[in-house]
Design a protein around this ligand. Structure first.
Ligand SMILES: Nc1nc2c(ncn2[C@@H]2O[C@H](COP(=O)(O)OP(=O)(O)OP(=O)(O)O)[C@@H](O)[C@H]2O)c(=O)[nH]1
Ligand SMILES: [Mg+2]
Length: 349
């Protein structure tokens, strides 16, 4: 079972107290202040890894605390710093704090300080001065509080495969990448997201099938859509054995809208899957009905290759809407005042 959401409690280490002490021995019965500083408390760090199952470490154990800093010693000895706690966390995890702020683990190997350790207090040696040669002050170490964290994994993929159950999404993932997702002739074979890397090094995510009313919790619900929320491109699969392809397409589109308008307007390629079940003529009719760009079958390597090329081409060229938003030109998407835009505008006038 993929754990993509979990709540944990974490506490960084407290700082060690500073020491109040005066040096004493047989020859120096009135030695100076020599209380050392307390050590700093251990930090809690999250390090990004590309293992999407890494949140399973929090399945049973939910409370963690880093080591406290040690108290300062005599003879100006500083206390030992508490050991840091480092957790390996899948990239794409959003860490939500109890105060409403959040931070994201974005890259593999990136280390993010989640909770800072308490600062060690100063010992009385640190307070000595020319006017106060026998200071009795010292500081206590900084105490840290327990923090409640809500970790939410949102997979980082370039392309997302969406569609009704049994639409052939996992089969396509297996063809486009080296993934070995489970495929079977019944709905809801896929219960958790699968990832694969295409020949062009793009990450493709296959999520469980959506059904009408998924937004109301029907089927497996629609929480899995968070895993395709950040994709640049959606592959919308409509199978050739569908009784009502247009309705199937619209059902998914409606569920996407209910999840987020932004996701519903994401660039998409509508794909007619299992095309081997139809004749050439039927394919043409089907394609027209749903506005599909391509018909594919896992039994036809050529069609898979064409889809793969189409995906990489679409990822290479951002959508016109994206360019329009970036450049501010809502006609052609070219930067304002550029010669190419002028030509375009002349043509339109
Ligand atoms: N004839 C034919 N069958 C296909 C094709 N692609 C997939 N199938 C079959 O369709 C069935 C469903 O395929 P899956 O890949 O499991 O479909 P899915 O969309 O991942 O299904 P869920 O995980 O349940 O949402 C399986 O029996 C596949 O063998 C195809 O191109 N042609
Ligand atoms: Mg599947």
């Amino acid at each position: 079972m993929l754990i993509d959401e979990t709540k944990i409690k974490i506490k960084a280490g407290d700082g060690g107290d500073g020491m109040m002490h005066f040096y004493r021995d047989r020859h120096r019965p009135k030695g100076g202040p020599d209380g050392g500083n307390g050590g700093n408390g251990g930090i809690v760090i999250f390090e990004g890894v590309d293992d999407i199952t890494a949140l399973k470490q929090f399945r049973f154990k939910k409370r963690f605390f880093a080591e406290n800093g040690e108290k300062g010693g005599t003879n100006q000895r500083d206390g030992k710093n508490g050991e840091d706690m480092i957790f390996k966390i899948p990239i794409g995890t959003v860490v939500n704090y109890d105060n409403g702020t959040s931070v994201e683990i974005k890259e593999k190997g990136e280390k993010v300080i989640i909770v800072k350790g308490g600062k060690g207090g100063k010992g009385n040696h640190a307070f000595r001065s020319s006017i106060n040669t026998t200071p009795k002050e010292f500081e206590e170490g900084e105490k840290k509080e327990w923090r409640n964290l809500f970790l939410q994994l949102k997979l980082i993929a370039d392309v997302g495969l969406i569609g009704l159950p049994n639409a052939g999404k996992s089969s396509l993932l297996n063809e486009l990448t080296r993934a070995k997702a489970r495929v079977a002739n019944y709905p809801f074979t896929t219960l958790e997201p699968n990832l694969g890397v295409s020949a062009g090094k793009k990450i493709i995510a296959d999520i469980p099938g959506l059904i009408e009313g998924a937004s109301m919790g029907k089927g497996l619900g629609f929480k899995f859509l968070k895993h395709v929320e950040r994709t640049k491109l959606l592959i919308h699969c409509v199978p050739a054995d569908s009784g009502n392809p247009k309705k199937d397409y619209e059902v998914i589109k409606e569920e996407l809208k209910r999840y987020s308008e932004a996701l519903a307007s994401r660039k998409e390629i509508i794909v007619l899957t299992k095309s081997d079940l139809l004749s050439k003529k039927e394919i043409d009719v089907f394609i027209k009905k749903i506005g599909a760009k391509i018909a594919v079958s896992i039994l036809d390597g050529e069609s898979i290759k064409k889809l793969s090329d189409l995906i990489h081409k679409s990822l290479l060229y951002p959508s016109l809407r994206f360019l329009q938003r970036r450049t501010g030109c809502y006609v052609c998407g070219r930067p304002q005042g550029s010669p190419l835009q002028k030509t375009q505008n002349d043509r339109l006038n």
